[in-house]
Design a protein around this ligand. Structure first.
Ligand SMILES: *[C@@H]1O[C@H](CO)[C@@H](O)[C@H](O)[C@H]1NC(C)=O
Ligand SMILES: *[C@@H]1O[C@H](CO)[C@@H](O)[C@H](O)[C@H]1NC(C)=O
Length: 450
């Protein structure tokens, strides 16, 4: 689902670390549009076009990287809109407005909202984000969402195994009251178990106010199931900002996941006591070959379920048609797609080989280091070989973390969290499929630090 490209300096310092502070949201205040802002916007527009047309999200860093190379070769200086004198026209999306009222206390709320999320880690992340906003719309007290243990991804992890639950509760305390469970006293006073319902996709705030609130008031607790993409995209600004606060600030991975993710990403300067203490125990760093002065790396996803879902054909003959066809049967509601049509409409994720060709065409040379963020690659080694031929230096979390990864192996969501961290930290992120993870990361990389 995603390809990320990054580069790091083996001395331990991020070459582009300032970007994280300089990045801002896409919007800027309308006034006279100076030329350089216009150029910046056009760059953005080009980026967006590449995202939608080619299903390839190559973020701005790529052009910056190319700019660097070009300047090394003595051509034009790179354009860095974040450092331009107009960068203060860009602003972040996460800060609450001065008139956004405080959360209602538990005792004053309209009842308890229970949420059961659905799908893989990043899909569940959208569910959690929207759960907080729905609780806000309903003036409900949110119970920490329950993760999906039955999806295709089969993972028994609970919220607290993946996300820092105390941080989640405390960082959102001004916006929504969140509790770990319904207090026993309240449970005992309830006549019936919580009412369970499944809202339609992308329901409006009115839906929640007219269909869910009355039941919540009557029963004191409502459980919303299969909760992913259940809230409309269009919301008022303050609720959108709340979404940003949840997704980009309140959802923080637990420490063991963060530590491993950070360590896999070789940017340790020896300055962080937390990381230093842990690196002494883990020897991941030794496994990164740091022979070159500057190293690049790339991340790619290519899982069977994702391929089956796409309805495309990837050149694997009858065997592939049969195998992907079988997987497709898991989703009863998938439309009957003609693979040729999907491909001609540009809807098919790139194969690893195609990703390799694309990156080479963009100027990444064969000494680029790649990080492959993926569950099972369909076709395994054989599929990867063509990519490996183009980029011999490539790594997966299994290769990098070795034994340190063992405790995480039974938990697909924790593994996905590690990939998320590495992709998030990388300087360039490219995706071969615009799935949940790619969308989450694209948003986070644009606005996450505000
Ligand atoms: C939520 O609480 C606020 C402040 O008390 C109130 O103005 C608003 O109408 C309430 N909304 C609902 C749905 O209860
Ligand atoms: C990269 O390509 C060059 C020239 O084609 C070749 O000499 C070199 O061995 C390749 N490097 C790797 C790591 O394969």
């Amino acid at each position: 689902m995603g390809v990320a490209v990054g580069r790091f300096d083996p001395r331990g310092f991020f070459l582009f670390s300032p970007k994280k502070r300089l990045r801002a949201s896409w919007s800027y205040k309308k006034r006279v549009i100076p030329r350089s802002v216009l150029c910046g916007s056009m760059l953005f527009a080009l980026g967006l076009i590449s995202l939608f047309i080619g299903q390839i999200a190559a973020d701005l860093e790529l052009s910056r990287l190319r700019g660097r190379w070009q300047s090394k070769r003595g051509r034009n200086e790179p354009i860095d809109i974040w450092k331009s004198k107009y960068s203060d026209l860009y602003y972040g999306c996460s800060d609450r407005g001065p008139h956004f009222r405080s959360a209602l206390r538990e005792s004053k709320s309209n009842g308890y909202l229970l949420i059961a999320t659905s799908g893989g880690l990043n899909q569940q992340r959208t569910g959690i984000t929207d759960a907080v906003v729905v609780a806000r719309i309903l003036n409900a007290t949110l119970v920490v969402p329950e993760l999906d243990h039955h999806s295709f991804w089969k993972d028994d992890s609970d919220f607290a195994n993946i996300f820092d639950v105390d941080w989640f509760i405390s960082s959102l305390s001004k916006d929504v009251t969140i509790v770990k469970r319904i207090p026993d006293k309240v449970m005992r006073s309830m006549e019936k178990p919580p009412y369970t319902m499944r809202p339609p996709r992308k329901s409006t705030p009115e839906y929640y106010l007219y269909q869910v609130l009355p039941i919540l008031l009557r029963r004191r607790a409502v459980q919303l199931t299969k909760f992913d993409y259940r809230l409309a995209n269009r919301l008022d600004d303050e609720l959108q900002k709340l979404r940003c606060r949840v997704n980009y600030h309140a959802l923080r991975f637990t420490r063991p996941i963060q530590v491993l993710g950070q360590i896999m990403f070789p940017q340790i300067s020896g300055k962080s006591p937390l990381l230093k203490a842990t690196t002494d125990k883990l020897n991941v760093l030794k496994r990164w070959p740091c022979k070159a002065n500057i190293v690049d790396f790339v991340v790619l996803r290519f899982e069977p379920d994702m391929l089956a879902f796409s309805g495309c054909y990837y050149g694997g003959g009858e065997k592939e048609r049969y195998e992907l066809g079988e997987i497709r049967k898991r989703w009863a509601t998938l439309p009957d797609l003609r693979p040729e049509d999907e491909r001609s409409r540009g809807k098919c994720p790139l194969t690893p080989h195609e990703v390799g060709l694309m990156l080479r065409a963009l100027g990444f040379e064969n000494d680029t280091y790649m990080y492959i963020a993926s569950g099972d690659i369909y076709g395994g080694e054989q599929t990867l070989q063509l990519l490996k031929d183009l980029f011999p230096n490539f790594y997966t979390k299994e290769m990098l973390a070795g034994d340190d990864l063992k405790p995480f192996l039974p938990f697909s969501s924790r593994l996905a969290a590690i990939d998320y961290i590495v992709c998030d930290e990388s300087d360039v992120f490219v995706t071969n499929n615009n799935g949940n993870m790619a969308k989450m990361l694209a948003g986070r990389r644009c606005t996450g630090y505000f």
